[in-house]
Design a protein around this ligand. Structure first.
Ligand SMILES: NC(=O)c1ccc[n+]([C@@H]2O[C@H](COP(=O)([O-])OP(=O)(O)OC[C@H]3O[C@@H](n4cnc5c(N)ncnc54)[C@H](O)[C@@H]3O)[C@@H](O)[C@H]2O)c1
Length: 268
């Protein structure tokens, strides 16, 4: 499939997990990809692997909490590949030291919350700020924002993460509303449990089992489940989809909260 030929994409957090899989699927479908990550080694490795397979990719070390580095990231797309059509905002602050301190509202450390928002919300916003003018110069483009089911529903913990992910729904609607008539679409994705390093680093095996029990499909999500949706959303086939957020969660948010207890009651 080569329906993204002549497209140029920037994927943030592309050194691992969902971003890495997305960079690969976009490249396999013909796009030239800027593989951006704060982790220089991971970004390089991912880009080298893609080029080794004959695909077009360049690595950029970029911390999306720094506007200067974001500008360099979007400029790299233009300088290396001649323009920018697709932005996948995906990097988030997911390190165990941060999530372990994201527990109760009454214990929130304001400075830490500011850091979370800086990466997870301002980072997406500033990347859009610097990508959109390049997209307008090409007559349009697509911004895909990775939110989370934690942006749709609350957990008993992680209020900072959940609030940051809820903000992404609003950002998506605002980009779509402001630039839709100029050919720019914005779509959010709310993944459920996806098997990535971030998941295994932050959830205990017991918590992962509970998530599995509440997923309706026989298997858990993979980074490719998200990557395939991104590839569709940025294609012309998705030309009428904008301003909305699509859940990819194996039915995690589709059922009654009592589902797990009901399974037990019927002996499953
Ligand atoms: N894995 C899941 O179950 C799940 C569920 C819902 C939403 N998400 C979202 O999906 C996205 C990707 O998560 P993942 O599971 O693939 O995680 P991951 O840890 O595998 O990958 C995240 C990548 O982002 C990079 N990164 C972190 N901070 C950055 C920064 N400031 N600038 C640039 N890069 C930075 C990391 O170095 C890493 O390579 C995140 O937005 C996350 O919130 C994941």
């Amino acid at each position: 499939m080569s329906n993204l030929r002549n497209k140029v994409a920037v994927v943030t957090g592309a050194g691992s997990g969902i971003g890495r899989a997305t960079a690969r699927v976009l490249a396999e479908r013909g796009a030239a990809v800027v593989v951006a990550d704060i982790n220089a080694e991971a970004a390089d490795k991912a880009a080298v692997e893609l080029r080794g397979d004959g695909l077009r990719a360049v690595a950029v070390t970029a911390d999306v909490s720094d506007e200067q580095q974001i500008r360099q990231m979007t400029d790299t797309a233009v300088d290396t590949f001649g323009g920018l059509d697709i932005l996948h905002n995906n990097a988030a602050l997911l390190t165990p030291d941060v999530l372990a301190r994201d527990l109760r509202i009454t214990d929130i450390d304001g400075d830490l919350f500011a850091r979370v928002l800086r990466v997870n919300v301002l980072g997406y916003t500033l990347a859009a700020k610097h990508a959109i003018p390049h997209m307008l110069a090409r007559g349009g483009g697509v911004v895909v924002n990775t939110s989370s089911v934690a942006g749709l529903q609350a957990e008993i913990v992680r209020p900072m993460y959940g609030t940051s992910k809820a903000a992404i729904l609003g950002l998506t609607r605002n980009i779509a509303t402001q630039y839709g008539k100029q050919g720019i679409r914005a779509v959010g994705i709310a993944p459920g449990t996806i098997l990535t390093p971030a998941l295994s680093d932050n959830l205990t095996p017991e918590q992962q089992r509970a998530m599995t029990r509440h997923t309706l499909t026989p298997r858990m999500g993979t980074p490719e489940d998200i990557a395939f949706l991104v590839a569709f959303l940025v294609s012309d086939e998705a030309g009428y989809i904008t301003g909305t957020t699509i859940t990819v969660d194996g039915g995690f948010t589709a059922h009654f909260p009592t589902y797990s207890e009901d399974l037990t009651a019927i002996g499953e």
